[in-house]
Design a binder for this molecule. Structure first.
Ligand SMILES: Nc1ncnc2c1ncn2[C@@H]1O[C@H](COP(=O)(O)OP(=O)(O)OP(=O)(O)O)[C@@H](O)[C@H]1O
Ligand SMILES: Cc1cn([C@H]2C[C@H](O)[C@@H](COP(=O)(O)O)O2)c(=O)[nH]c1=O
Length: 208
């Protein structure tokens, strides 16, 4: 069976982690061998960098330092986890990847798309997903979900102001508009089961 690399993207609280788990289970129920992972993280070195990135005050790193750290973590994650799994015929389901760097550091923090993609070329040899599923919903509704669960405002990025997260959402949609072949915009609203069904439908052309 051919391996595939599937990423889930979107702003804070849209349901990426919930759907990564549900999507992995749905794919496994079809006999597909799935590796579920996340960014930043997904390898020993990348998880160490995750702690540097998420812990501490909002001003601990500037956007340029963050972009370099995310790219370094991604380089290790791709080399040690993602690429070997895909080459072995597994499906990798990843909670965030390159598009988060483009949206957060490139778009919302103003480094620009090209700088992020240049770092990706160096770190990960332009390794891209077969399909990216962008979970989309109003920022305020996603924040309400997190508040209802008593989470949010826990890491350096969640502490950023609302206008930052509005810019992140707009940047994700801009990226998706430029790459309609790879990226599908999926409504994150409704029950978790509704969303999982939409995700599976958006993968139907790739399913064995
Ligand atoms: N479809 C849904 N309807 C209602 N609540 C949901 C839905 N999907 C997820 N949630 C809840 O919303 C909260 C955020 O979900 P989750 O952690 O999966 O989002 P996320 O996109 O991974 O967030 P972050 O990017 O901040 O890690 C959780 O409490 C989760 O249980
Ligand atoms: C991969 C990646 C992530 N981020 C930000 C987005 C989130 O606020 C955190 C990760 O936390 P999560 O709750 O595990 O999603 O990091 C980023 O700014 N750039 C990236 O490339």
């Amino acid at each position: 069976m051919a391996g595939r690399f599937i990423t889930l993207e979107g702003g804070e609280g849209v349901g990426k982690s919930t759907q990564a788990k549900a999507l992995a289970a749905a794919l496994r129920s079809r006999g597909i061998d799935v590796v579920q992972t996340r960014e930043p993280g997904g390898s020993e070195g990348a998880e160490a960098i995750r702690r540097l990135l998420l812990e501490g005050g909002a001003d601990r790193w500037n956007a340029r330092a963050e972009a370099l750290l995310f790219a370094a973590a991604r380089a290790d994650h791709v080399a040690r986890t993602i690429r070997p799994a895909v080459e072995a015929g597994q499906w990798v389901v990843c909670d965030r990847f390159l598009d988060s760097s483009i949206a957060y550091q490139g778009g919302a923090d103003g480094l620009g798309d090209k700088a992020i993609r240049d770092l990706h070329a160096i770190g990960s040899e332009n390794f891209l997903p077969d399909r990216t599923l962008l979970l989309d919903m109003p920022v305020d509704d996603a924040s309400f979900r997190q508040a209802a669960a008593g989470i949010g405002q826990s890491d350096r990025f969640e502490k950023r102001e609302g206008a930052f997260h509005d810019r992140v959402k707009a940047s994700f949609l801009e990226i998706a508009g430029a790459e309609p072949g790879r990226i599908r915009v999926i409504s994150a609203e409704g029950t978790p089961e509704d969303v999982t069904a939409r995700l599976m439908d958006a993968l139907s052309d790739l399913l064995p």
